[in-house]
Design a protein around this ligand. Structure first.
Ligand SMILES: Nc1nc2c(c(=O)[nH]1)N[C@H]1C(S)=C(S)[C@@H](COP(=O)(O)OP(=O)(O)OC[C@H]3O[C@@H](n4cnc5c(=O)[nH]c(N)nc54)[C@H](O)[C@@H]3O)O[C@H]1N2
Ligand SMILES: Nc1nc2c(c(=O)[nH]1)N[C@H]1C(S)=C(S)[C@@H](COP(=O)(O)OP(=O)(O)OC[C@H]3O[C@@H](n4cnc5c(=O)[nH]c(N)nc54)[C@H](O)[C@@H]3O)O[C@H]1N2
Ligand SMILES: [Mo]
Length: 821
């Protein structure tokens, strides 16, 4: 598909919409006028939604032939063509498949053949029976915590076909909730646990001071380990892309943008920003150096600190060095972060003298001791005293799902439940060691049954898990320390994976069930995680391909074998469910003073858009708190911003002190005991959603020598004898990958970038320490938790070495399907 179709969007849809409206022969209410302006596609087109936005799919003779964005999308993602491709790509799972040794030898047979690709095709009936029997066997043999159903990942949007809720619904209703669940996520594992102690909410998923306010008031916009131009392409629900016109508008004001990042990222290039090429993992030191400057130069806002925060006086002796003999001066910080001391001081003064928005991404908390980063960021912002002022303070979600796009006055859809309410309070929940683990501890749990662990003030025990059921996620992409994971998987008796792509996770499974993609079924979803700008009918584009089935139907069939079909389906089919979800959302309409169409009218129109009230274009995060901290207290114990936390103090963790602290990570660039010379930046990919779409033709637009790109600085490349386009081997004591070199000055020396989400392609398959010939960065990362407090993942923590690869380089073979056996 050519780029032309993205820029030269036809307006014919608008005209058709108007005709359809005329045909109704009535004066249309506001919703219909707005909806019709954007809804109808051309002949043979179907409108649907995805993480990448709303789009039209053209179908000819049952085949999906074209994809084009919705006119209401102000900045369509360049990844759209990959979506269409993913439905028919060679890596599509076509039939139910079972690992040969498992089929012949039973559960747990020859676990070393997991990942070797030896599968046998079976019928759906056989597959369903096998899974149901395993669920029963494992829960009878190993008790209520024998099955892991935590199943994390970026499943497709859709309020009905939420495959993770559906899978847990089956386990809750069919097995009385006898499974281990997971809490938190890989995105904000550390921040979402520390922020409630500091500001009283998760903070990472809260609406930001909106962009119109930023454009008008912010003088200095800082992107701190954040790349909104890249990462706002996708959303958890259906993306609106509303931030893009605002970013353009901010750029046109000519105001200052600063990007603090080891890589001159997409955002830095878009804004032509001042680039501060910090050493990775040293942001807390940089912030402390700025805080020290503010304090010693008496530039800190003492009034703000005393009125809106608590604990600054307990943090101060640490900042000045009175408590540990090390003043956190700009010079001290410079030694650690490699930003010149004079620049640190100048930045601190600039932030103080201008209206400054510190907009941070999440990379700086997806690392060892990641809790400290956002705690220190909030502390620095408190010293600047601009929190709650228009365009000032800090923001943790401008880079994600278009945070800061003003919110519409909308109705919000509920989703199908996981059925957990039916088993809440079950006796086993209290007897079992841990009924839920922090999500990134899954491998540690499998390897260490019975081991005690700390988490946010509680001490718990890992259960003994023997069966894993994964839907809608790709742990053999998203989890760290791949070889440790391969080892953990060998301890399992049974692994079931439901996906539509032959991911590495599917390849390491025993039973593989082919699910439909979101484009082979009907569903419904909100558009815009923060803006809630519309509700879209996710209409089926094509019939299921090969033997793929909807997660709902697969899990309903398994539920039947567990005696719970009716409880699972509640007697409703796909359209009845979608209608009931819409109708329960519609009940919110009168209270919001809006009129919404009947379900049938909505489904016909395809999209229901909402208006953004003027007051929502003025929203200032913490504005109310600033106005009246007594009437609008934060959810912290003190009601104030906690620079010192008594609750964290009580936990007594050696790896998470009670105020923000510079803590040496296990390994880092410049670390005294660090063995390898290069930091591996595993930033999220620009042309994928994690591992999604890696198996499509989009890969040809970025792969180098058929492998995942590895950015390397020009000087480093010269010193290593590496030329642009060379195959390189990146390695450390944990693993090794091949990648394709991109030699550039857009990455600082001693840092290389291999984006997360490259498909793991070990040669030989399944062997510990095997060479991954495509380039999954998680061969190199550490598998430890961020700290005892949050136990988040450290996906950004990895030191390695890189060399030109001169050996025989096998072609990647992972973008196909294993033989049908
Ligand atoms: N080193 C490092 N590692 C990281 C990160 C990092 O920055 N660095 N980032 C982390 C973050 S923030 C995240 S969120 C995770 C992401 O990790 P994941 O969310 O696991 O990654 P995805 O590739 O999006 O995997 C989603 C899978 O669900 C499948 N799927 C989609 N829709 C459906 C459906 O309807 N039904 C079924 N059955 N399957 C479906 C897709 O085909 C795909 O295989 O990765 C984490 N890992
Ligand atoms: N295109 C695309 N967009 C996405 C996703 C995707 O896979 N593809 N994933 C989505 C998801 S699930 C999430 S959670 C978000 C992730 O959003 P983030 O976690 O913010 O994204 P990252 O790409 O991990 O990191 C952002 C920036 O931090 C830089 N960085 C890395 N380490 C450091 C460090 O130590 N210090 C500093 N100062 N900078 C550092 C990286 O170079 C990168 O430019 O993105 C979402 N958006
Ligand atoms: Mo994420």
């Amino acid at each position: 598909m050519s780029g032309k179709e993205f820029t030269n969007v036809t307006r014919r849809g608008v005209l058709q919409g108007a005709t359809a409206l005329g045909a109704l022969g009535v004066l249309a209410p506001a919703w219909l006028q707005a909806g019709a302006a954007h809804a109808a596609g051309m002949d043979g087109e179907v409108m649907t939604g995805s993480h990448w936005g709303v789009f039209y799919a053209k179908v000819q003779d049952g085949t999906w032939t074209e994809i084009r964005p919705w006119e209401g999308d102000p900045h369509p993602s360049h990844q759209l063509p990959g979506i269409m491709d993913s439905v028919m790509s060679p890596s599509r799972i076509k039939y139910p498949m079972v690992r040969r040794a498992f089929l012949e030898g039973g559960a747990g047979a020859s676990p070393e053949t997991r990942g070797a690709g030896d599968f046998v095709r079976v019928s759906w009936e056989e597959a369903t029976e096998l899974v149901a029997n395993e669920l029963k066997r494992v829960s009878e043999t190993h008790g209520p915590t024998g099955i892991y159903g935590g199943s994390y990942g970026w499943k497709s949007p859709g309020k009905l076909h939420n495959c993770q809720n559906l899978m847990r619904r089956m386990l809750n209703l069919g097995l009385d909730g006898a499974f281990v669940n997971a809490s938190g996520d890989y995105s904000t594992g550390a921040a979402q646990i520390i922020m409630p102690h500091v500001v009283g909410t998760l903070e990472v998923y809260e609406q930001q001071t909106v962009w119109p306010v930023v454009i008008e008031n912010t003088d200095v916009l800082v992107f701190w380990g954040a790349d909104p131009v890249r990462t706002n392409q996708i959303s958890w629900t259906v993306s609106d892309h509303d931030n893009f016109p605002y970013m353009e508008e901010f750029k046109n004001t000519g105001k200052k943008v600063i990007v603090i990042d080891p890589w001159r990222n997409e955002t830095a290039r878009f804004f032509d920003a001042e680039w501060v090429p910090i050493r990775p993992h040293t942001d807390v030191a940089l912030m402390l150096g700025m805080a020290h400057t503010l304090y010693t130069e008496e530039l800190h806002d003492a009034d703000f600190l005393s009125e809106y925060t608590t604990g600054f006086d307990e943090f101060l002796p640490y900042l000045t060095g009175e408590s540990d003999g090390t003043p956190k001066t700009a010079e001290w910080a410079s030694d650690i972060c490699e930003v010149p001391a004079e620049q640190i001081k100048e930045l601190a003064r600039l932030f103080q003298s201008s209206r400054t928005m510190l907009s941070s991404g999440w990379s700086i908390q997806r690392q060892h001791h990641g809790e400290q980063s956002h705690w220190m960021l909030v502390t620095l912002a408190s010293m600047l005293g601009q929190i709650g002022l228009p365009g000032g303070g800090f923001g943790l979600s401008y880079h994600y799902a278009n945070g800061g796009a003003p919110s519409a006055n909308s109705i919000v859809l509920p989703g199908i439940s996981d059925g957990g309410a039916a088993v809440e309070g079950a006796a086993w929940l209290t007897e079992a060691g841990a009924a839920s683990i922090p999500v990134s501890r899954v491998v540690e749990m499998i390897l260490n049954p019975g081991m005690e662990f700390d988490f946010n003030g509680k001490r718990q025990k890992y259960p003994e898990v023997k069966m894993v059921y994964w839907v809608g996620g790709n742990p053999f992409s998203h989890h760290q320390d791949r070889n440790q994971m391969v080892e953990a998987w060998s301890k399992l008796e049974t692994v079931v994976v439901q996906d539509f792509q032959w991911t590495a996770t599917a390849r390491f499974a025993d039973i593989v069930l082919p699910a439909t993609s979101a484009y082979e079924r009907n569903d419904i979803e909100n558009v815009g995680d923060y803006s809630s700008r519309a509700i879209v009918a996710m209409k089926k584009v094509i019939d299921p391909v090969f033997e793929a089935r909807n997660d709902f139907d697969i899990l309903a069939d398994i539920s039947e074998k567990l005696g719970a079909r009716d409880a699972f389906t509640e007697g409703k089919d796909e359209m009845a469910w979608i209608k009931s979800l819409y109708e329960s959302a519609a009940e919110q309409a009168p209270a919001r003073g809006i009129e919404v169409p009947s379900f049938d009218e909505f489904w016909e129109a395809g999209i229901l858009e909402f208006e953004i009230p003027e007051e929502n274009r003025q929203f200032v995060r913490y504005g109310d708190f600033r106005e009246d901290p007594l009437l609008e207290p934060l959810g912290t114990p003190s009601g104030l911003i906690e620079i010192y936390s008594r609750n964290i103090e009580k936990m007594g963790y050696d790896d998470c002190p009670p105020h923000p602290t510079w803590m040496e990570p296990v390994e880092r660039l410049g670390g005294a005991d660090t063995k390898y010379p290069f930091h591996v930046d595993t930033a999220h990919p620009n042309s994928r959603l994690h591992s999604q779409l890696c198996g499509t033709s989009l890969r040809e637009t970025y792969a180098i020598a058929g492998r995942e790109p590895c950015l390397i600085n020009t000087e480093d490349a010269a010193a290593k004898g590496i030329a642009d386009g060379d195959i390189v081997r990146v390695f450390n004591d944990r693993g090794q990958i091949l990648a394709g070199a991109v030699v550039t000055d857009d990455i600082r020396p001693s840092v290389i970038k291999v984006s997360e989400g490259g498909w793991y392609d070990p040669v030989p398959g399944g062997e510990l320490g095997a060479l991954d010939v495509y380039g999954d960065a998680n061969n190199l990362t550490v598998g430890i938790g961020t700290s005892k407090l949050a136990q988040g993942n450290c996906g950004h923590t990895a030191m390695a070495d890189v060399e030109k690869y001169t050996g025989d380089a096998p072609e990647p073979n992972v973008f196909t399907a294993p033989a049908e056996g």
